[in-house]
Design a protein around this ligand. Structure first.
Ligand SMILES: C[S@@+](CC[C@H](N)C(=O)[O-])C[C@H]1O[C@@H](n2cnc3c(N)ncnc32)[C@H](O)[C@@H]1O
Length: 527
């Protein structure tokens, strides 16, 4: 497409390109602002909606997109608790803290008894409609704080998000219409045990207890299915928020096991999609709906279960998993061959040793793999020893880049230098070297499945930078010290780029910069 030469607002000769869509030019900043107000904000995008048989609707880049660019920011259409949630405030969505003495229980809404932070959250726009409905039907929440008991997830929250969606039909019909346009996979979901339970319990609660008898069962279940297919988990660690959000624009991004975007949430719980790597015009824009560190069979089973589709992306289709061998075990017979699926796009396909051709059923592989996963999950996360022992125990059985090995190694990069008894200054030179080597090894392998400005890479670089500066400060040889500090400065620059849209990381980065500058200054004074 040739660049236009006339101001989109006044038609005078113009050269200032709209930086976001690059489809229009302006003669002045004022005309750009006016054009924005008169409707350009609705069309100023670097993507377009497309559709094909495999993905259904999806979004495609309409121009080249730079690494780190913000592609979309969207406010939630609906926000609410997860299906099973820790006790949260239905007004501001923060996890509830244990009550302050002399109170023995959470603050309870004066009308419906759902726990809230306090009286001010009773008036929250999120809560008022559901509160009115529950109070009118005389339903009172039974969620209480039990002193001495561990605080667990409450399944009663499963009704709230559903109700908030249903109430849109009257309160915001246009928003409800947008919600109804989303994909549901209702047919497949109705056959699952979860939806049979929903049908038996949730529907009768909504219709009989809350009195919404006019709603057909299938319409309610369809909303549950729309949420399960499209909702994002909204997290704000610092703010104790972990809820579910529906973003109809963002829901159009398809999945890829090597995605070209990542997403995060801003302080107002808007979702932001960022380019993880340079994206060419025409490329399909993708995020990951699952955990990228997992193996193909794990990812595909998870996607099938929660999103009802069989992923056939390039990573899933490759028996070597793009050279990561993340699912590979070592052959139990010859001990040297990698044991991989004979057809990764068929979860039930047999597994075969690449060297001695031993063939075993997928079921046997999966049972064994699940045991190792359970073992990994049960490890003591407060000490490196349990993870080092795990790596040693499975050194023969698992391929060196098997997902369980990668997960254990990643845990070690975060444990060394950060837990009691293994703080950065307490680490022996050997442990410090181990931390650096693990980070470097994982960074290299992550290039195959999570390259560019990914959070995984950012976290590894943070661990590596800190360890590198610590190593530098222990060195006697000036030139070696200088080389390490320069390497740390390069790493910090990359982290700064990766994390530029992560406000909660900025303080840490400022501190790291101060420490590095002080180390460099000390070095130049001593040199
Ligand atoms: C959040 S929606 C995305 C929008 C959806 N394609 C639509 O038309 O509404 C998720 C659904 O999109 C489809 N989808 C997304 N990524 C896919 C992929 N890589 N392969 C196959 N289907 C995919 C699946 O049906 C999935 O359940």
């Amino acid at each position: 497409m040739t660049t236009p030469t006339k101001c989109a607002y006044c038609q005078a000769h113009a050269t200032q390109l709209c930086a976001a869509c690059r489809n229009v030019v302006y003669c002045s900043r004022e005309h750009q602002k006016e054009h924005w107000k008169r409707g350009h904000k609705l069309e100023c995008k670097c993507y377009e909606l497309a559709s094909n048989e495999l993905l259904g609707r999806h979004l495609r880049a309409t121009r080249d997109i730079k690494m780190g660019e913000l592609i979309m920011r969207e406010a939630p259409l609906v926000l609410g608790p997860k299906v099973a949630s820790m006790p949260i405030c239905l007004g501001c969505h923060r996890n509830l803290l244990p009550p302050q003495k002399p109170a023995l229980n959470y603050y309870k809404c004066s009308a419906c008894s759902w726990p809230l932070c306090g009286p001010e959250c009773e008036r929250s726009a999120f809560h008022v409609d559901e509160c009115r409905l529950m109070a009118a039907s005389k339903f009172q929440s039974k969620i209480n704080y039990n002193p001495g008991q561990p605080v667990g997830k409450e399944s009663a929250y499963c009704v709230i998000m559903l109700l908030r969606c249903m109430q849109l039909k009257e309160s915001k019909p246009a928003a409800f219409a947008r919600l109804c346009e989303l994909e549901d996979h209702l047919k497949e979901r109705l056959e699952t045990p979860l939806y049979q339970v929903l049908r038996a319990n949730l529907i009768s609660f909504i219709k009989t207890v809350l009195g919404l008898r006019e709603w057909p069962d299938l319409d309610i279940l369809r909303i549950a299915a729309i949420l399960d297919t499209n909702a994002f988990e909204v997290r704000q660690a610092g703010d104790r928020i972990k809820v579910r959000g529906l973003f109809p624009g963002g829901a159009m991004f398809s999945h890829d096991c090597v995605p070209n975007m990542r997403h995060r949430f801003d302080d107002d719980m808007n979702i932001m999609f960022l380019a993880k790597r340079p994206i060419a015009k025409g490329e399909i824009l993708s995020i990951s709906y699952t955990q990228q560190l997992r193996s193909t069979i794990q990812r595909r089973l998870h996607l099938k279960q929660v999103k009802c589709f069989e992923c056939a992306c390039a990573r899933c289709a490759d028996p070597t998993e793009l050279g990561t061998y993340a699912g590979a075990h070592m052959c139990a017979k010859c001990k040297v061959g990698k044991f991989i699926s004979m057809d990764p796009l068929q979860n039930a396909a047999n597994w075969r040793c690449e060297v001695c051709n031993l063939i075993r059923p997928a079921k046997e592989y999966l049972i064994n793999d699940a045991k190792i996963e359970a073992e990994l999950e049960s490890l003591d996360k407060t000490t490196p020893q349990s993870f080092e022992d795990f790596l040693y125990r499975h050194r023969v059985e698992l391929h060196e880049t098997n997902t369980h090995i990668l997960q254990a190694k990643y845990a070690l990069t975060q444990i060394y230098g950060n837990v009691k008894g293994f703080g950065m200054d307490e680490l022996s030179d050997v442990s410090l070297k181990r931390k650096v080597e693990l980070c470097e090894e994982l960074l290299e392998i992550s290039n195959l499945f999570d390259s560019g400005w990914s959070i995984f890479r950012g976290n590894l670089l943070i661990a590596l930078e800190e360890a590198t500066v610590t190593q530098a400060m222990r060195l006697d040889e000036a030139s070696e010290c200088e080389a390490k500090l320069k390497k740390a400065a390069e790493i910090l620059e990359e982290i700064t780029n990766i994390m530029k849209h992560e406000p909660e990381m900025q303080q840490l980065l400022t501190e790291r910069k101060q420490i590095l500058d002080a180390a460099l200054e000390r070095f130049s004074n001593n040199a």
